[in-house]
Design a protein around this ligand. Structure first.
Ligand code: NAD
Ligand code: ZN
Length: 342
């Protein structure tokens, strides 16, 4: 089968011929239809310090996918050949305290497909049946391929009550934009999204009913009276990993405000703890998706009108993967999809 492989300890990825994975009794084999390119895949392509110390070589990369089950292990009884699926890319252990308490997403032994284990940028993917998520007919393969990052957005956005709240999203990358759409869908009052990249803010406006603010030129706090806000935002979703964005968020929050942090700062970054304390702010770190609560919620929201399709800005055949990665690295795109069929 064709697969996109990190073949050596250096930047880049190569399309190679690889054996079709052999499945075990609890696995399914998925014929991949579409995959999404993630920021994580860009780190792996670039082979930065994080990638070099995390990713074994050689490894098939990729973790955002949709496809169809074509083979099932003998213990798998609750799925069907031909079933269209996406799936949770975090492979969890079942022995930790958190796992045994049903909090699968907090298992410390979590391993990621396409990061620690063979991934989805291939014609076929082996996945534990436990991780497969059946797709209803109204969720096509394009949307199926972005449920992983949509799940990050949903997990973060639904951390706190949003109904009637004023919400600030910092970072209009694909995940921040989808989070803003979720926040709007869930019933917030004002949804403001910040970035320093005008292309990203324009994309945010086309996907969701949001107020875009370019913090390179505009003052966030001065727009609050225009939005009927007196004391600040109730909820903040940090989606940039940028220090300045977090500082600005803390500053723009009401007393007792709540912040969910998904963005990953590049290294240790200083926080103004006295502001956090004196404003009595709640901080919540968010990792991955809740397994499987986030998946149920996001599929239900899509079935109920949540529309994030416009966040997909580019589609390429998998053979044109280099152009796909170049497009993502350019920083102006939303999600980029690779098609593995044909
Ligand atoms: P992205 O890099 O595409 O988007 C980040 C955006 O933040 C960019 O558009 C950038 O211009 C913007 N930005 C930079 N400085 C800013 C500032 N001062 N104010 C406002 N915006 C600013 O990333 P993405 O793929 O959308 O992912 C969002 C974040 O979530 C990333 O940091 C990513 O690493 C992280 N992430 C975390 C998890 C997790 O499990 N915690 C999972 C996936 C992604
Ligand atoms: Zn991803």
């Amino acid at each position: 089968m064709r697969a996109l492989v990190k073949t050596r300890d250096a930047p880049g990825l190569e399309m190679q011929d690889q054996p079709v994975p052999e499945i075990g009794p609890d696995d399914v084999l998925i014929r991949i239809a579409k995959t999404g390119i993630c920021g994580t895949d860009i780190h792996i392509w670039n082979w930065d310090d994080w990638a070099a110390k995390t990713v074994p070589v050689p490894l098939i990369t990729g973790h955002e996918f949709a496809g169809e089950i074509i083979e099932m292990g003998r213990n798998v009884t609750d799925l069907e050949i031909g079933q269209r699926v996406s799936g949770e890319g975090h492979l969890i252990g079942k022995t930790s305290r958190q796992s045994r308490s049903g909090k699968f997403h907090l298992d410390p032994a979590t391993r990621g497909i396409g990061v620690n284990e063979p991934g989805a940028f291939a014609e076929y993917l082996k996945l534990p049946a436990f991780n497969a998520v059946p797709l209803p007919d109204e969720i096509d393969d394009d949307i199926g391929a972005i449920l992983d990052p949509l799940g990050n957005a949903v997990h973060t956005a639904l951390s706190f009550d949003l109904i009637g709240e004023d919400v600030l999203v910092t970072g209009a990358g694909p995940i921040g934009i989808m989070a803003a759409a979720v926040v709007r869908h869930a019933g917030a009052r004002n949804v403001v999204i910040t970035d320093i990249n005008p292309d990203r803010l324009a994309l945010a406006e086309s996907v969701a009913d949001v107020v875009p603010v370019n913090v390179a030129h505009e003052d966030l706090k001065s727009l609050m009276p225009r939005l009927g806000m007196q004391e600040g935002f109730d909820v903040g979703l940090e989606m940039s990993g940028n220090q300045a964005a977090l500082d600005q968020m803390v500053d723009a929050l009401v007393m007792g405000g709540r912040i969910a942090l998904l963005g990953i700062p590049p290294g240790k970054s200083p926080v103004d703890w006295s502001q956090i304390v004196f404003k009595a702010i709640t901080l919540k770190g968010v990792y991955g998706r809740e397994i499987f609560e986030t998946w149920y919620k996001m599929i239900a929201m899509i079935q109920n009108g949540l529309d994030v399709r416009k966040v997909i800005t580019h589609r390429f055949p998998a053979t044109e993967y280099a152009t796909g990665f170049e497009t993502m690295r350019g920083g102006a795109s939303g999600k980029v999809i690779l098609d593995w069929r044909g």
